[in-house]
Design a protein around this ligand. Structure first.
Ligand SMILES: NC(=O)c1ccc[n+]([C@@H]2O[C@H](COP(=O)([O-])OP(=O)(O)OC[C@H]3O[C@@H](n4cnc5c(N)ncnc54)[C@H](O)[C@@H]3O)[C@@H](O)[C@H]2O)c1
Length: 464
């Protein structure tokens, strides 16, 4: 019987910890390595250091069985490992280019501690051409090391990270080394086999339960979901996929502005447009725009790497511009309906960049709250999960509330800035008596207009 490879996951963020917890539950011995001792201590205690539905249960089970070994030590983990997945962050520099300092530093620590035969797998999103430079760097740091390098971009979505890792819609692997590539595919084949046998009803978290019911497991045989390709192609798949999704949202927002002027309803329009199988309905959602730890930096990273290759991408420049305009578009809606914004009391509901996560990186909701404050409004804000995380980016004059009711109490206008279920399911009819004004902006087009109107508000969506 073939023995299972020992795995190290370097970087225990959204991607790394989710992957580590799933692999450990699937029976692999997994070192979860991070430079941040606080994060490692939390993982050791059987918990995730960030909010992601269902993940705590996976982490605690993996730690209990002894399969998940959290550590800050590269010396303890890397020499024992046959495969190491690099999952460190790749934020953007102030000029929009990708900051690869963590990638290089992790590669160096791996190179210094690895034993011959190790397969280094890059899961982090890196600009096309990085893999080859990293291979040269590893060879420079450890000239005698025999290693293989595989690009394996990650496609999980925060908010359903666990489900996506169990139910991979695709596995993209790129390498010059076919044998290494097969080793990586066999790890994911084992995860796919493990995922088939999970009883999702055993998990208490409603998001994991819901998502497995709403998004059924892929019926396409696993082998047809594996895409083997060249190293550079794999690197380019990931950023191109995110760029295309960002384009779809910005396109919907452009048409939404036209719909507003022409008395059309963007949801009706996109239902018609998206029913064409060549286009598809997903991501044709008008709203406050895209944010988060991936789209903004992947799009700006693509623009900047394309520039390096001498290829202008005006289509992506336009998508960024359209996205940036959406915060002002919502502020203007509020200003117009109130006849001014100074001293107006505005309740901003939602601060995370999307529901189901406490991630506030480049959150449009936070930008909106800050912009409203800048324009003179008195702003209160509430988020079901991201209050602590939001504090750093939120203007300190924006008051944080402990609940929806506290936030909207005595406000002149309400804006739903993140489409959390909590806001959709709220009883707006009984809440209305506590609210001063009747302006209600659904900046994510996520509520039923008729219900909000029946509750006594003037409903305004985006493009409708
Ligand atoms: N978050 C997502 O939804 C998502 C989805 C697909 C791809 N990605 C990509 O995956 C990568 C990781 O993203 P993330 O959101 O998980 O990042 P993150 O910021 O949540 O986590 C990165 C982790 O790496 C650790 N780290 C930094 N330098 C290290 C080093 N030298 N050695 C060990 N650990 C180190 C940090 O302490 C942190 O815990 C990024 O390239 C991102 O673009 C993210």
């Amino acid at each position: 019987m073939e023995t299972k490879p020992i795995i190290s996951i370097v970087g225990t963020g959204y991607v790394g910890l989710t992957s580590a917890a799933v692999l450990a539950n699937a029976g692999f011995k997994v070192f979860a390595v991070d430079i941040d001792p606080k994060k490692i201590d939390i993982i050791k205690s059987g918990k995730s250091h960030f909010f992601e539905g269902g993940l705590d249960e996976f982490v605690s089970k993996a730690v209990e069985t002894g399969n998940l070994l959290p550590t800050i030590s590269f010396k303890e983990s890397i020499p024992e490992s046959n495969i190491v997945f690099s999952c460190v962050g790749t934020p953007d520099n102030p000029d929009g280019s990708p900051n690869l300092e963590y990638i290089y530093s992790a590669a160096e620590s791996i190179a210094k501690n690895a034993k011959d035969g190790i397969v280094v797998v890059q899961k982090s999103t890196v600009p096309v051409g990085t893999g080859r430079k990293l291979m040269a760097h590893i060879a420079k740091v450890s000239p005698d090391l025999k290693f293989s390098y595989v690009s394996n971009p990650e496609f999980l979505r925060e908010g359903s990270a666990l489900f996506d890792t169990l139910n991979m819609d695709r596995v993209v692997v790129g390498s010059d080394d076919k044998e290494a590539l097969e080793k990586v595919v066999s790890v994911f084949t084992a995860v796919n086999d493990f995922a088939q046998d999970i009883d999702y009803s055993e998990f208490s978290d409603y998001r994991l339960n819901n998502v497995s019911k709403i998004t059924p497991f892929s019926k396409t045989p696993f082998s047809e979901r594996v895409f083997k390709m060249g190293l550079e192609s794999a690197e380019l798949v990931k950023v191109s996929a995110n760029a295309f999704l960002a384009l779809k949202i910005s396109f919907a927002n452009s048409i939404a502005k036209l719909a507003e002027k022409a008395d059309a309803d963007i949801v009706e329009v996109m239902n018609g447009v998206g029913s064409d199988f060549r286009i598809g309905r997903a991501f044709l959602y008008a709203g406050l725009g895209w944010g988060g730890g991936c789209f903004p930096k992947d799009v700006s990273g693509l623009i900047s790497v394309a520039e390096e290759y001498g290829v202008p991408l005006p289509i992506m420049d336009a998508a960024v511009e359209e996205n940036q305009s959406m915060v002002d578009h919502v502020v203007e809606k509020i200003r117009k309906s109130n006849g001014g914004i100074s001293k107006m009391k505005v309740a901003v509901l939602g601060l995370s960049f999307k529901p189901g996560t406490s991630d506030v990186r480049k959150s449009q909701a936070i930008k909106l709250a800050n912009k409203l404050h800048e324009k003179g409004a008195i702003v209160k804000a509430f988020d079901p999960q991201a209050m602590e995380e939001a504090k750093e980016d939120l203007n300190r004059n924006v008051e944080l509330s402990g609940s929806i009711s506290e936030c909207v109490n005595c406000s002149d206008a309400i804006v739903v800035a993140t489409d959390w279920n909590e806001f959709k399911e709220h009883n707006w009819k009984s809440e209305k008596k506590n609210v001063n004004g009747n302006i209600f902006v659904d900046a994510r087009n996520c509520l039923k207009a008729s219900e909000i109107q029946d509750a006594g508000f003037e409903y305004m969506g985006i493009g409708r």
